[in-house]
Design a protein around this ligand. Structure first.
Ligand code: ADP
Length: 481
């Protein structure tokens, strides 16, 4: 089995510090591959390669950079199934969803390829009759992308594609749990025709290699998605060097259900956003807040439907949810459910691993009732297939309960009542505010990001990405005489 390594200056480097075996989270007896973390020297070489390549890439026209991204999309299309299977085996996302994620990656590459031919500035009326006054955007320099394992293809692409098309060079530090997938993606995208050093991938631990890159003088901007604690540490590093940074962190996303909601629709959409990907999405629903007129019916319907959800190996096309990514993650989720029960929560279904499955990191889809407002299951992100149920007397009380957490990424409301929907839209503290839609999932052409402790800095995706990945120059030109 070939050992997978980092990608620097257009080539895969020699193995670095040791070897890591990847065990399939759906069946830990199965070894998926082996990779080697980069050395500190290799990480520094990646930053230097990105620095050296910046003037070269920046000198390309934006439409020409876009053509390379179009080519990358075509190459990724050819590798769709192979990459999806590898990612499912490495981090446990069911193959159906993972294939959809690669499709999303292809669409993102094409969308940002198109950005290469769209406007990068505006013309302003000057107060001087003879002056031409306009703005123009350019790339910033080498950017560091630090990504999590839960969307091992879509998140890296929604960062690297805009970074590249606007003329930046990239050092990408993927999550350790998605290293094989990252190297495969680098191989595919890297073959599209970038000059060496434009795209570099450093495999390895965040706390050492990632933190070191964060403080590297060559890095001019950092885009991060992951935990709150890592995000804060990256923010400190960026402040030391003056790099621009954006952070996407946790969520504790509510779904509010009013009595007039279509219950079947609400149950399907709540469970889809709570249980698919085993709840490991920052936009997953993890709290359900229902009004008294619907609470009992909703509780019963959720329990009944949850018990029918098929859980199994990620490569099985028919499963609704797979395992969680690691044993540490499973233990953490189960410990938090236990702590929630100690606070008075009552498990309606789930909590333990399902039976009759291969040895993997299983957490059954779990519903917990009578959760104490302000308690652990109300405020803490578990990142697993766990939903806590609450009741609230009115939509005002429900929104207040929904807002009583540090995070504010995504939220759902299920109702047919326009007035109460508007109350929720105006008062919900969330970056993504949905009515009769699930909290999970994003549309790449629209801005993505949260409020409060969920995010810091610029929005991602759509045209918003241009704000982060470019600097604006304001230009005045007057006649010479
Ligand atoms: P998760 O629990 O989703 O793995 P983390 O925040 O730990 O969330 O990891 C997200 C990404 O951030 C990973 O690529 C990880 O290696 C990286 N990372 C973690 N800690 C740091 C840090 N202190 N500095 C830089 N990168 C980090």
């Amino acid at each position: 089995m070939d050992v997978i390594t980092s990608y620097v200056h257009g080539a895969f480097v020699a193995p670095g510090d040791g070897r890591r075996s990847v065990h399939d989270p759906s069946d830990t007896t199965r070894v998926v591959g082996e990779w080697s973390p980069a050395t500190e020297l290799q990480a520094a070489q990646a930053a230097e390669a990105a620095r050296a390549a910046f003037p070269i890439w920046d000198a390309w026209t934006a439409p020409a950079r876009g053509q390379v991204l179009f080519k990358a999309a075509t190459l990724l299309e050819q590798e769709r199934d192979a990459l999806a299977r590898l990612a499912s085996s490495e981090m446990g996302k069911p193959i159906g969803e993972m294939g959809g994620e690669v499709d999303r990656g292809i669409a993102l590459l094409r969308y940002y390829a198109g950005e290469g031919t769209r406007a990068i500035g505006e013309v302003y009326p000057s107060t001087m009759a003879d002056a031409l006054l306009f703005s123009r955007r350019t790339g910033i320099g080498p950017v560091l992308l630090i990504t999590p394992w839960n969307f091992p293809v879509a998140i890296p692409i929604w960062k690297m594609a805009p970074a590249l098309v606007f003329g930046n060079t990239v050092v990408w530090k993927p999550a350790e749990w998605a290293s094989l997938t990252a190297a495969h993606l680098a191989r595919v995208v890297g073959a599209a025709g970038f000059p060496p050093g434009v795209l570099n991938v450093i495999l390895g631990p965040g706390k050492s290699l990632g933190a070191g890159l964060t403080r590297h003088a060559a890095i001019r901007a950092i885009s991060f998605t992951g935990s709150r604690s890592a995000g804060m540490s990256i923010a400190h590093g960026a402040l030391e060097t003056g790099a621009k940074f954006q952070l996407e962190m946790g969520g504790k996303n509510p779904a509010i259900v009013l009595e007039d909601a279509d219950l079947d629709v609400a149950v399907e959409r709540i469970l889809s956003s709570a249980m698919r990907s085993a709840g490991q999405k920052c936009t997953a629903t993890s709290r359900v807040i229902a009004l008294p007129g619907v609470l009992a019916r909703l509780r019963e319907a959720l329990v009944e439907r949850t018990r029918t959800l098929k859980q199994g190996p990620a490569l099985d096309e028919s499963v609704y949810l797979g395992p969680v990514v690691s044993s540490a993650q499973r233990d953490s989720i189960l410990a938090k459910v236990e702590a929630g029960v100690a606070e008075g929560g009552v498990v309606l279904t789930g909590a333990q691993g399902p039976r009759d499955l291969p040895p993997g990191h299983w957490v059954a889809p779990t519903l917990v009732d009578q959760v104490r407002p302000g308690g652990l299951l109300h405020t803490e992100e578990l990142f697993g297939p766990v939903v806590a149920l609450f009741s609230a007397a009115t939509v005002q009380e429900a929104v207040a309960l929904a807002n009583a957490v540090p995070y504010g990424l995504s939220a759902s409301l299920f109702t047919r009542d326009l007035d109460r929907a508007l109350y929720y839209i105006w008062h919900m503290e969330a970056g993504l505010v949905r009515v009769n839609d699930e909290s999970a999932g994003v549309e790449y052409q629209a801005p993505f990001g949260g409020v409060k402790e969920s995010s810091w800095g610029w929005r991602e995706q759509g045209r918003a990405a241009m704000e982060f990945y470019t600097e604006t120059h304001t230009i005045t030109v007057r006649p010479s005489r």
